[in-house]
Design a protein around this ligand. Structure first.
Ligand code: ADP
Ligand code: MG
Length: 474
């Protein structure tokens, strides 16, 4: 895993120590691929999704070349908007803490020119700004770009889209020819390619597969004997205690077998495969989405098009034979905002599957991180399902609405609002997620008194032990 760590880069020890302090240890895919080139002073066109860690990539490139003792603007970062410029400035200041007195200045519109000019006169090492405002300073001769070593065009496609092209051209011309130019963009259409050719000197081009925010996923790989995979899955569930897990197997038969084995151990698991009827499929997805099924075991085909929001963990019971499938699988975890918890992607690898890992390593730009199943804490039980589903054989056709169900549950059944989770209403069936401790009481009470004055057949679904209680009312 050495190659994947920032520590593997030829960076100043103080800079590395500060990255470590900031919690930056493993590089994201775009960082692992771009930084070796950036540190070699190559010009670069890097395409990667939002949230993939582009800022840190160029921030490190800038610091690597920066001499804090030298006066004059050594790096210039152009951003499309003030908000982005502020974000980039913040990040640069954090990264710059490895040395004393690296000055980072933001120059954007919407604030008076004069104080900005005064700050410029005071001296800055790094300037971050919007093309329009930088150009204004150029025309007033309040900015000197003749010492720029690193020029960054961040979110270049957005800047082009906002019509900043002429300003950028003028700014680039004011920078020395010897500068390094780094262009970052989410997209890189042909016309932009033509237009930016003049700014870049034999650029290297990088593109990181879309759909995965590598900084939001913690990946672990475990070597395991082929026949021990199912036991290893249970072990991972007990150790990491994820509340919702998507487990991928290569075959339908294996999906069913694994789900059954997990259920036998009291883990609420269901198998999703191509042979299910629509109603079974709906029911299964409802239970997974409302958190009453903790583990959904699926084939890639069955999982395709699943509208499942973020899960806590993805387990690759078999290694995907294709990096695109791998990233698609693990992209199901760790999504969400920057403050969302990091998702877990756990991959089991049998000896015969080692060859597929090579592809994953090539894609992520470094070796995978191996962990040992033997070192996992032997917790007694896996996290139980957070909820239990009440199925009511009545739905839209019976004029049942979510409000009616919530009303009945919090009214006659006496539940608290927070003991009731997601409510799904279909034409002929409703599913209500309930706090497992209140579920039996809710079932008894609703069976007794009905909903909106009518009685419906209903039962509690329990993926771990099949339907445990069934009642019927005519
Ligand atoms: P982009 O510019 O590609 O849209 P950002 O540079 O804004 O993405 O980074 C997104 C988030 O990822 C930031 O919160 C940043 O702190 C975090 N981040 C970047 N690199 C790493 C890393 N190597 N390890 C952990 N978090 C990282
Ligand atoms: Mg960015």
């Amino acid at each position: 895993m050495a190659q994947l760590d920032f520590a593997s880069l030829p960076l100043a020890p103080a800079l590395l120590a500060n990255l470590d302090r900031l919690g930056y240890r493993h590089m994201t895919a775009i960082q692992a691929q771009s930084l070796p080139l950036i540190l070699q002073r190559r010009d670069l066109i890097a395409q990667a999704d939002t949230g993939s860690g582009k800022t840190l990539a160029f921030a490190i490139g800038i610091m690597h070349r920066l001499d804090p003792a030298e006066i004059g603007i050594q790096a210039l970062v152009l951003c499309p908007t003030r908000e982005l410029a502020d974000q980039v400035t913040k990040e640069l200041r954090r990264v710059a803490r490895y040395a004393d007195n690296i000055k980072v200045l933001t120059l954007c519109g919407g604030t008076p020119m004069a104080p900005q000019s005064a700050s410029l006169a005071h001296g800055a090492h790094i300037v971050v700004g919007t093309p329009g405002r930088i150009q204004d300073h150029m025309s007033r001769k309040s900015i000197d770009l003749s010492n720029v070593r690193t020029l960054v065009l961040d979110e270049a496609d957005r800047m082009a889209g906002m019509g900043f092209f002429d300003e950028i051209k003028g700014i680039v011309r004011a920078c020395p020819d010897t500068r390094q130019t780094l262009l970052f963009s989410a997209t890189y259409p042909d016309d932009m390619q033509k237009a930016s050719a003049a700014f870049l000197n034999h650029p290297a081009e990088l593109k990181v597969a879309a759909g995965l925010d590598a900084t939001r996923v913690e990946q672990h790989f475990y070597a395991v004997a082929h026949e021990k995979r199912n036991a290893a899955v249970a072990q991972l569930l007990r150790h990491f205690q994820p509340e919702s897990t998507l487990a991928f197997c290569n075959t339908r038969i294996h999906c069913r077998e694994l789900a059954a084995e997990l259920r036998a151990q009291g883990i609420a698991a269901l198998a999703m495969h191509g042979e299910l009827e629509q109603r079974e499929r709906d029911e299964l997805l409802v239970q997974f989405a409302n958190r009453s099924c903790a583990v959904l075991v699926a084939t890639d085909v069955a999982a395709r098009g699943l509208d499942i929001r973020t899960v806590d963990a993805v387990i690759n019971v078999d290694v995907a034979k294709d990096t695109e499938i791998h990233t698609h699988r693990i992209g199901r975890t760790g999504r969400g905002g920057h403050d969302a918890p990091v998702g877990l992607a756990l991959t089991l690898c049998a000896p015969s599957e080692r060859k597929w890992l090579k592809l994953i390593e090539a894609w992520q730009g470094g070796p995978v991180r191996w962990d040992d199943l033997a070192t996992l804490a032997p917790a007694a039980t896996a996290a139980p399902a957070a909820m239990q589903t009440l199925r009511i054989l009545g739905g839209r056709k019976d004029k049942l609405r979510p409000g009616d169900l919530l009303g009945a549950l919090t009214g006659v059944a006496g539940l608290n609002k927070d003991q009731v989770g997601r409510i799904d209403v279909f034409d002929e069936t409703c599913y209500v997620a309930l706090d497992p401790r209140a579920a039996a009481r809710a079932l008894a009470s609703l069976t007794d008194t009905g909903i909106k004055g009518r009685r419906f057949r209903m039962s509690l679904l329990a993926p771990s032990i099949k339907a445990i209680i069934t009642t019927s009312a005519r």
